[in-house]
Design a binder for this molecule. Structure first.
Ligand code: ZN
Length: 129
């Protein structure tokens, strides 16, 4: 049943969040909130200039926001930066594998929003490599 699968996936990532924590120092850190729900996500990332070498997230909020951020960590660790920049809403929704109602869309997409904002904010530094 879709509903139990939904709960299982979300609960698993909530119980065992992947790459939860912080990096000190990080090549970039960025955080944002979803005021509609009270979700907070911070992402710390290290890069060798071409790939994501290490990534961690921290924060709190509803199950969907935290599980989606955890899934995102698995998707992007080790990926070339240009592929990370190409990840879209549909890719993350596919990874979530369950229907997300319009009301929860901002929860599901908060981690991706933080990741993208941080990456584009960090891109001038990429010229240093
Ligand atoms: Zn939420």
């Amino acid at each position: 049943m879709t509903d139990s699968l939904y709960r299982e996936t979300i609960l698993d990532h909530n119980r065992n969040p992947r790459n939860k924590g912080t990096l000190e120092p990080a090549d970039y850190s960025y955080e944002d909130v979803n005021p509609l729900c009270g979700d907070e996500i911070r992402i710390d990332m290290r890069s060798d200039g071409e790939r994501v070498t290490e990534i961690r997230f921290s924060g709190r909020g509803c199950a969907i926001s935290q599980a989606a951020a955890s899934m995102l960590m698995e998707m992007v660790e080790g990926l070339p930066l240009n592929e990370v920049k190409a990840i879209g809403r549909e890719d993350l929704l596919e990874e979530l594998g369950v229907p997300i109602s319009p009301a929860r869309m901002k929860c599901a997409m908060l981690g991706l929003k933080v990741l993208k904002a941080g990456l584009y904010g960090a891109s001038p530094a990429d010229d240093a490599f």
